[in-house]
Design a protein around this ligand. Structure first.
Ligand SMILES: Nc1ncnc2c1ncn2[C@@H]1O[C@H](COP(=O)(O)OP(=O)(O)OP(=O)(O)O)[C@@H](O)[C@H]1O
Ligand SMILES: [Mg+2]
Length: 339
């Protein structure tokens, strides 16, 4: 039996009933407060949505085998795609960056990034530290806007959306931050409750059920009343993932989901990501330095260097690239990747 079947059933019910309550903004309290785990409730983003959350669009056909993730019917916001008159990507492409440039002052970070993610697949972005991988993914959730270029997500150009449209688009996206971003002063339960309290109008019993179920999804029900400091690195990542999952996103962005973990935990977290793809049809973009994680997760790999995608394809294809930076990267990670 699928690990997620119970929740999937529950959510199908919600889609006909209380779906508006069950699909709040996925960025949640950590959405615009940075990557660090030291976030506190008082640090909430100013632009975050409130309880009573933006209503999602109806998802006819959702709840099938999960592979589709219910994304097939809703192109554009309010029925009118925000395209800026550019031709949208084909239906099977859920995220596309077209010739994206990003500068911070004189610092050019992205210099013409092109990248597409097909529905129900896991894309992995590889590259050295400081090359712009996090910057790239922040464009997908609208935390950054490009200096030039187009950022397409589920049929709309997020670089052109206003705040209200962006809030609604974000109900479809989950973002697992590099640091996990749990509130240190709160237990796991309180962290998740805080998230749901702010973003939904579900009653207490429903919230508690969602919390229990989503911790079961990541096989950590026993951590409910523990504080983040009492959890291992891998457990923290999985709790962060549980909190992202509670909002039932169609696309999840994982920023270094396995960094700092031992190989066993790397495998557990990576296999969880694959399971989400296979049982829920969640499309994803994962940033990683970790070759073991990449080997487990990757459908399509994209190697970022000097502001551009210099190699893409399967992991094997990227590994065979003769770009010297790519060669160096794989040489540096070979020993671990082969473990
Ligand atoms: N908001 C910002 N303002 C100015 N510079 C920024 C901002 N965000 C990122 N940068 C710069 O962009 C560059 C790329 O940063 P980014 O965080 O995307 O790197 P990364 O590839 O994710 O690195 P790592 O693997 O270490 O996480 C860095 O030089 C960083 O200082
Ligand atoms: Mg980063």
């Amino acid at each position: 039996m699928s690990l997620f079947s119970r929740r999937a059933d529950r959510h199908r019910d919600e889609e006909t009933g209380r779906a508006a309550d069950a699909r709040p903004d996925p960025l949640g309290p950590e959405g615009e407060v940075g990557d660090g785990p030291e976030t506190r409730p008082g640090d909430e983003p100013t632009g975050a949505p409130r309880a009573g959350v933006p209503a999602p669009r109806t998802e006819g056909g959702a709840g099938g085998d999960g592979r589709d993730g219910g994304q097939g019917t809703d192109r554009g916001l309010d029925g009118e795609p925000v395209t800026g008159n550019a031709p949208p990507p084909p239906d099977n492409v859920v995220v596309e960056l077209r010739d994206v440039y990003k500068s911070f002052g004189p610092k050019e970070i992205l210099k013409g990034v092109n990248l597409a993610v097909e529905r129900g697949t896991s894309a992995v972005v590889l590259g050295g530290s400081g090359t712009g991988k996090s910057v790239l993914t922040k464009h997908v959730v609208g935390l950054l806007t490009p200096t030039a270029g187009e950022v397409w997500v589920l049929g709309d150009r997020v670089d052109l959306l206003d705040q209200d449209q962006l809030d609604r688009k974000r109900t479809r996206l989950g973002y697992l931050f590099q640091g996990g971003a749990l509130f240190d002063s709160m237990t796991v339960y309180e962290n998740m409750r805080f998230f749901l309290d702010r973003l939904t109008t579900l009653d207490r019993g429903e919230k508690d059920d969602l919390i229990d179920e989503s911790l079961e999804d990541v096989n950590l029900p026993e951590t409910l009343h523990q504080y983040p400091a009492e959890l291992s690195g891998g457990q923290k990542k999985r709790v962060g993932l549980a909190r992202t999952l509670i909002l039932r996103p169609d696309i999840i962005l994982y920023d270094e989901p396995t960094t700092g973990l031992d190989p066993v935990s790397v495998r557990v977290v990576s296999e969880l990501i694959v399971q989400l793809r296979d049982t829920r049809g969640i499309s994803s973009i994962a940033i990683t330095h970790d070759l073991l994680a990449a080997e487990i997760i990757t459908d399509q790999a994209h190697f970022l260097s000097e502001g551009r995608i210099v190699a893409n394809g399967t992991l094997q294809e990227v590994r065979r690239s003769d770009n010297p930076v790519v060669e160096e990267f794989f040489k540096g990670t070979e020993a671990y990747g082969a473990a």
